[in-house]
Design a protein. Sequence first.
Lengths: 423, 423
Amino acid sequence: MADKISNYEALTVDTMAGRLGSIESITDILGTNSSKWTSEEMGDGNLNLVFIVKSDQGSVIVKQALPYVRLVGDSWPLPLKRAFFEYHALIRQAERDPGTVPEIYHFDGAQAIIVMQFFTPHIILRHSLMAGTKHDGLAKTLGQFCARTLFRGSDLSMDAAKRKADVALFVDNVALCDITETLVFSDPYFDAERNHHTPQLDQLVVELRADIDLKVEAQHLKSKFCNNAETMLHGDFHTGSVMVSESETKVIDPEFVLYGPIGFDIGMLLGNFWMAYFAQPGHAIAEGARDDYQNWILGVVDDVWAEFSSEFSRLWREERTGILYEKSLFEDQGHTLASEQALAHRLQDIWQDTLGFAGVEMIRRTLSLAHIAENDSIENEELRADCEARGLKLGRQLVVNRSRMNAMATVNDLARTIAKEAK
Amino acid sequence: MADKISNYEALTVDTMAGRLGSIESITDILGTNSSKWTSEEMGDGNLNLVFIVKSDQGSVIVKQALPYVRLVGDSWPLPLKRAFFEYHALIRQAERDPGTVPEIYHFDGAQAIIVMQFFTPHIILRHSLMAGTKHDGLAKTLGQFCARTLFRGSDLSMDAAKRKADVALFVDNVALCDITETLVFSDPYFDAERNHHTPQLDQLVVELRADIDLKVEAQHLKSKFCNNAETMLHGDFHTGSVMVSESETKVIDPEFVLYGPIGFDIGMLLGNFWMAYFAQPGHAIAEGARDDYQNWILGVVDDVWAEFSSEFSRLWREERTGILYEKSLFEDQGHTLASEQALAHRLQDIWQDTLGFAGVEMIRRTLSLAHIAENDSIENEELRADCEARGLKLGRQLVVNRSRMNAMATVNDLARTIAKEAK
């Protein structure tokens, strides 16, 4: 595969300085003495090469797509163009929620390279959730990021012709969407080749795969994911795509970008928080040692949704400049109440979608190809299976009963009940 | 506007033979002796030039886009590219429901010309509905056309990458979508510049524009129209886009093509039938003279939906080869019942969308720019306003209460009640 792509060459730590050392936007950060640069490959990406390149002046991240899925190898080719989509997603996210995504210093489409801001001393949120570390301001940044990028990328805000041009641009991200369509929405629901799960879950997996209501609802959610092009999504917004320091929260890696339903990003994020919640017993040094941290996670979930809905509502009232629910029809006619009624309906729809997408994400991360580190790192298989089973049970409830759950307190209470009861 | 488009030249009856006389796919129909061809401009299009070109061997339709809206003039420019979209829609419709749309003999994108099959002795269905003429097989062809084109253009059937390429292709049809977005979904709900209505409706129009539930629901439907890219729609599927003879039903003019919600085409069609139903008293030679014909129209409505749902269900069971509701998840697991459950849910969603889109179409054709000939041709303004008011009342009920109407018999009964009561 690789040798068919003209001129493309994978970067190495040895070729880094030679290949990037004369690009001004990079030497502005690292200095022109590229012989002094040091490069290190992080090696933890599922799909790409990711290097940290440092000098005594500064540091950058160099991300390069490989022509295949790194996690699997040459046998699963994947287009280099995903770097192009990530680049276009990043510049739009930066416009829509300034300061939350990495600044881009350089983009090379042919080489599938993005050189961007290195967030330090930030770490991946998922690792914090295993370590039991709390972060102030996390929910606020995540909720606002969702509200701002999702609102401002939609027909609620954008010029219609520009949004349509963006739909055309991103709908070509076929290969990465296919991964989501298959691994999230289909594979978990039958005995697909790439699936794997903790053996102690066998009986529960049989039950879930025989659960007709679950399967039908998961497909309804897939249908929304595939066809409901409401806004530009991050597309892979789990806790591994969030970086945190003591005071800052940043969002990275939007290469799965697509136009899709507003609830998808928030749902995937919340699903990952709920899984982290259930995984805590696997990381506690003693029974109950993570009780407080578990409560903190549920508090974050509560706050993410509250921040999202409050910021989304603010944007609805202040920035509704698109072709949907035009102010000329509502506020300009003295019908502010009608605008609020429409907002409430839309938030209710987004809420239900959010729960559903959270549910399929929890099921997928336990039964399909890519699991989460919080569970994978629990060496005791019985204990891991307990944690995973709880996630599956909440996931199932969210997917099937999402239209009958009316507040986050209800869902968090359900999570607490499942955490206590299931064993 | 026109003079900015290099090489484009509008056809005339005098230049027809010179410009098209040496194109083999056309001379195959008309013969090579183009000096004997006769051309006639039909002059009834809102947007385009349409010629019938005949020889002693045969006849063709020559349709050419103008760089502006013909109905309005130069002041409303409109891209020539709509001919490109119509061409691409026609070839897909011909594949998906062979024999229902005109065969294409020649396409010239730069000149925005499509040369295609002339259906004769067919007339526009709308004219039949004014004349009170019945047509056998009408509902069957229309219901099947909807089911086949809408199912086969969706992720229920198509290869996902091909569908996404088609989404990208058609999402560029911005100008024509903008007409629908504005004239159908927004203008009727406030005092927009291009609106006009029969003066006797003034009071009812005030009530409708103060109706908050109606306005909010119309915007929810607009949101679906703009964002829910389920399938390739005809996009302008009213009774003026249908041609009928004694035994045949044909569908023309898909230049408003877009990827949108499955219920849109059927809804627009049914809305036009219901308006034709209410317009009958304006065309009756004596009171009650059109009672039987009115019943026939409601029967057609009933049959269109029945044919659509039966054919859609057949295709669901036999041709579900896309990425949604995959057979590998359902039938292949022995879960045929789950597949039927999913089908029932989807038909219920399409049903509700259909009623909603029918409702906004009825309101739009009475209050916005382009009205229907069935009403416009009623010279007595009082009588015309009565017919139109009935359509507005049913339209309002459909838009606001569509989720609580469970069968076509209910809706047709409501139409009958409104026809009797309103005066």
